[in-house]
Design a protein around this ligand. Structure first.
Ligand SMILES: NC(=O)c1ccc[n+]([C@@H]2O[C@H](COP(=O)([O-])OP(=O)(O)OC[C@H]3O[C@@H](n4cnc5c(N)ncnc54)[C@H](OP(=O)(O)O)[C@@H]3O)[C@@H](O)[C@H]2O)c1
Length: 225
């Protein structure tokens, strides 16, 4: 949040309004913030996508970072049937919003450590997909401000090209994990290991070479990859 604010942007973080004790904001405060922001980032486990406030988000640009992990999200029949991308599912729920998919193919640690200023030789790129050109432009500008080039991979229907299991998903930005680490060492390695810069041309190649498989990722496959 400090890095985003240092770029002259205002960022508000809202929690889910699940009936929990503690810091969750009142629903009316969340709705007001959603209406006031230029861009809304929707980043919850996909199994909770129907909790995103569709009425408040109509007409807004919604930045969708979400992925489908059945072991976490439960099985979503509409995705398991094949043919529907996760962002198209989100679009169906958020009728009237301009959904743009990005940030879903890089882990949160590398997202932070691989950010570089415009023109840096080791600047990375991230794919983005969406149906509305102006909304994509808005998200691309945000990526640029946060330290990434954007590679437009097409519409939300084409966004399977960056879903779990595809060549551009997580692994290119992350070094191969050494074998035989204990759980504790693996955690330390995850936090300490530097990322691998992935330039725009490589993102284009990786997304172009993707072959569509069944919906949904497996965390075990990700760890072993
Ligand atoms: N973490 C990563 O490195 C990464 C990278 C790329 C993409 N993604 C994708 O981005 C999304 C968010 O990932 P994350 O790691 O940030 O997930 P997370 O920490 O498990 O969840 C993010 C927030 O979602 C809310 N939430 C959780 N369960 C909910 C439910 N049942 N109903 C309503 N809200 C709920 C929680 O808010 P409250 O605490 O207020 O309840 C939580 O703080 C996922 O779809 C993930 O696949 C993650």
């Amino acid at each position: 949040m400090a890095r985003v604010r240092a770029k002259g942007m205002w960022l508000e973080l809202h929690r889910s309004n699940r009936p929990v004790t503690g810091a969750s904001r009142a629903p009316d405060a969340v709705a007001a913030a959603v209406r006031a922001g230029d861009l809304v980032v929707a980043t919850v486990p996909l199994g909770a996508y129907e909790r995103l406030p569709a009425a408040e988000l109509a007409g807004r640009t919604v930045f969708d970072t979400m992925n489908y992990y059945p072991e976490r999200d439960g099985r979503i029949a509409a995705l398991d049937a094949g043919g529907l991308t996760t962002s198209a599912l989100v679009r169906r729920h958020l009728a009237g919003a301009h959904v743009v998919k990005a940030f879903n193919n890089i882990d949160f640690r590398r997202l932070f450590t691989l950010a570089r200023p415009v023109g840096a030789a080791d600047r990375s790129a991230l794919p983005l997909a969406g149906d509305d050109e102006a909304a994509k432009e808005r998200v691309a500008r945000l990526l640029d401000t946060l330290g990434y080039d954007a590679v437009d991979t097409g519409t939300l229907d084409a966004s399977w090209r960056s879903e779990p299991g595809t060549p551009v998903y997580v692994q290119p930005y992350l070094r191969a994990r050494p074998e035989g680490l204990s759980e504790e060492d693996a955690r330390r390695w995850f936090f300490d290991t530097p990322g691998v810069p992935v330039p725009a041309e490589r993102v284009r190649e990786l997304t172009a070479s993707a072959v569509r498989g069944p919906a949904g990722g497996s965390r075990a496959a990700l760890a072993d990859g």
